[in-house]
Design a protein around this ligand. Sequence first.
Ligand code: NAD
Ligand code: ADE
Length: 495
Amino acid sequence: MRTETLQNKRVIKSKSNSSNIKNSVVEILPHLVKDIKLAKLGRDKIDISEREMPGLMLLRKKYSRTKPLKGFKLTGSLHMTIETAILIETLKDLGADVRWASCNIFSTQDEAAAAIAKTKTPVFAWKGETLKEYWDCTLQALTFNGNEGPNLIVDDGGDATLLIHKGYELENYFNKKKKLPKITATIEEEIVIEKLLRKVHKRNPNHWHNIVPDIIGVSEETTTGVARLQQMVDDASLLFPAFNVNDAATKSKFDNLYGCRESLADGIKRSTEIMLAGKTVVVCGYGDVGKGSAQSMKSYGCKVIVTEIDPICALQAAMEGFEVRKLEDVLERGNIFVTTTGNKDIITLKHMRKMKDQAIVCNIGHFDNEIQVDALNASNAKRDTIKPQLDRYTFKNGKQIFLLAEGRLVNLGCATGHASFVMSTSFSNQVLAQIFLAQNKPATGMYDLPRKLDEEVARIHLQHLDADLTRLSKEQADYIGVNVNGPFKKDEYRY
Ligand code: NAD
Ligand code: ADE
C-alpha cells in the first residue's frame, strides 16, 4: 500500500498490503493526497461551508433514507475543493460508492482532499500535480476493485469521459490491426494520455470494452465538457448517456456568471496583490463567464474592454456600456487580460509580445489553450517563477508580463474557486442528474434537467437568502398559460 501522504512531492511506497488482483490495470491505492494531517482543517472548513450549501443539505435530508445511489460505483473528475467535498459526502449519503480525482492540476484544496481521504473515501488529488500524475489519478478514480469501472461519472470538462473513449478507440484499433498505433501526438498532455493507455492495454487489452457496458451515464458540469460531448453525439461516437448539467439555468446562469463575478477577482488579487481600481481590463468573450468577469472588474472601478466574435454578445456588451474592440487594437492599452471563451489561441505569443510592460495575463475558461503558454515557454522570453502559479516573463526588449496559474483557470489555480453558496446550486443539479441516470438508465444521448427541477433548485436557495416569492393566482396562471406551481417558462426561455 502507498502511504496516504505525499511528502516533498514524492509518493512514499511501502510493501505491505499491495493488492494483486488479476488483470488489475492499476495498483490499487486507498488514496493519494498531499498531507493527511490537513484533514482537521478540511473538516472545519467543510462544517462551515455546509451551512452555505442548502441545496445539497436538503437533498441529503430528502434522499439519505431511501439511498437512490445505493449499489452504484461512482467516479468523480471535478475540482477537489471544499465544496466538492460536500458534494462527495452527499453522493455517499445517497448510497454511492465514490472514487474521486480533480479535473485540474492546480485546483485541489489539499485540506479538502485530506478530509475526504480521512473518511476512507478513495481520493486522488493534490495541488500542483504533474500532467502524468494528473492522468494517473484520473485512472485511479476510474478503477474499482482493480479491473472494474464506474456505473456513474461526474465529469467537469470531460477528462474522465475522454480517457474511457480514447482507451476504447485504442482497443478497437488493436483488435482490427493486431498492433498498436505509433504515438504521433506532439502536445505533452496527449503523449501522457497515449502512454498511459498503452500501459493499461499491456495489463488488460480489453479493459475499456469490459467496463463500458456497465456505465449508466455521465453528468457534465461545464460548457467546455458539454461542447466535447455534443461533438461525440454529432459524430455518433458517444458510448454512454450524458446529462448536461451546465445548461440548467440554475447552473450556467449562476455559477458561470455570479461565481466568476467573485472568484475572478479573488484569483487575480491573491496572486498579484494588485489594486484593480483604475486599471484597464480586457475581457475576451462575453458569454456567461465573460459577463460575470466584466461586471466584476467594472465594479472594482476598472475600465473594461470586451472582445467578442458573436454579434449578439458583442451588442450586449456594448449596451452594458463596455467598449467592444478587437484584441489586436487594445494590446498596448490593457493592464490585465482575461480569457473566458472556451476557445483556443485567444491570446497568442505575438499578442503577448505587443502588450504593455507589466501586463497581467490570465484565463478563467476551462482549458489552458486559450493562451499560447507552450509558445511563450518555447520563446526567448526569460521565465521567473515568483511563487507557485505566478510567473514573470521578460522579453528580449526588456518588457515583462505576468502569467497567472500557467494559463489554467485563475480562480481555481490562484484562489479557491467559487464560493459555496453558488456551488450549492450547481451541485444540486449534479445530484439530481445522478439520481435521474441511476433511476432511468436512459439510452445513449444527451439529456437536460427538466425545467420544473431547475425551478426547484432555485426555490431551495431563495429561502436561504430570505427572499419572498410571489405566488400566482389561478386566474393569473390561466391568463399567462402556466400552472400555478410551474414550470413558469418554456424550455426555450433564455433567462
Ligand atoms: P459561453 O459559450 O457562454 O461564452 C463563451 C463566449 O466566448 C461566447 O460568447 C463566444 O462567442 C465567445 N468567443 C468564442 N471565441 C471567441 C474569440 N475568438 N474571441 C472572443 N470571443 C470568443 O461559455 P461560458 O459558459 O461563458 O464558459 C466559458 C468557459 O469558461 C468554458 O471553457 C467553461 O467551461 C468555463 N467555465 C469556467 C468556470 C470557472 O470557474 N473557471 C466556470 C464556468 C465555466
Ligand atoms: N468550479 C468553480 N468553483 C468551484 C469550486 N469551488 N468547487 C468545485 N468546482 C468549482
